[in-house]
Ligand binder design. Sequence first.
Ligand code: NAP
Ligand code: NAG
Length: 281
Amino acid sequence: MSAYKSFAVIGAGTIGLPIVEALVARGASVVLFSRPGSTKKTIPSGVPVIEVDFTDVPALSAALREHKVDVVLSTVGTPWLDTQKSLVEAAKLAGVKLFAPSEYGFPTEGQTEGALGVKMQIIDQLRQLGIPTVQFYTGLFTEGIPMLTGYSEHGKIKIIGDGEKFASFTAISDVAGFVAYVLTTLPPAQLENREFRMEGERIRMKDLGKLFNTTVEHLEPVPKEKADIFTMLLEVLNSGMGSTGWDVVNNREGSGADSAGSANALWPGHQWKGIKEVLKL
Ligand SMILES: NC(=O)c1ccc[n+]([C@@H]2O[C@H](COP(=O)([O-])OP(=O)(O)OC[C@H]3O[C@@H](n4cnc5c(N)ncnc54)[C@H](OP(=O)(O)O)[C@@H]3O)[C@@H](O)[C@H]2O)c1
Ligand SMILES: *[C@@H]1O[C@H](CO)[C@@H](O)[C@H](O)[C@H]1NC(C)=O
């Protein structure tokens, strides 16, 4: 059984809410931090909702103390990643034992630009303050493929580049289940300052056409300042960084414990969902 008794999930969004549900399903004690006035979703019964401004350090640290929180799981959305700086300060004041920053995407180590650069700044801040971190890399959520590729709109798979690079995709339920499983079973020594690289399915972008029984269209690269979020993600996938095993610093696929999907084995007996299963193709 885990050394951690109390968990705080920050943000009730796409990945935050499933994580709350998965922790509750494993019998963990969970509190949810949500902003005052944000749309309330269906929260599992028995989970206290703390309404707090995510930039209010004294209020955040008081709530963390009050609930004797050992582990903070931040799930703030991409546009607001920098608000985590207040949360990290609050976690330090409250003596939090483990902090899972809002990752849930591509490997962050060594990133300097854009949203991934901000994610790296948060890791650096946590390290400077001596707060143990745990980073969950998932690749893209499988559920997002139809939107990302334009399939939901056009019935075709649009990619950038030749599509030869592999990318990792993981179902939201598997991400949440894995996070809850390891945090409630592994000892601190196996969680602190670790990067977990999960992977539901690994596929070359060009091979999505066959899965969806449709044509693959190759988009021209778009200048950075004109790129929307989907274009930016497709660029990431074209660079190879979409694999949870990607080594950003050395610009290559990692091996052994650093390879894509290397974390899957930590959840014994679990059947990870593939793309066909999740999207019912
Ligand atoms: N791998 C993928 O395909 C994928 C897809 C999406 C996201 N992600 C990553 O997963 C993480 C969480 O993203 P998400 O999609 O789950 O986020 P989200 O649903 O867009 O938002 C999560 C929460 O952020 C909080 N938030 C909203 N506005 C805010 C503001 N102004 N200041 C501070 N917090 C605010 C809200 O909390 P309350 O409503 O509780 O107040 C919201 O529910 C991010 O790191 C993101 O990059 C990955
Ligand atoms: C794939 O698409 C083609 C052409 O649109 C269609 O004729 C065929 O029945 C589809 N195959 C499957 C397995 O859906």
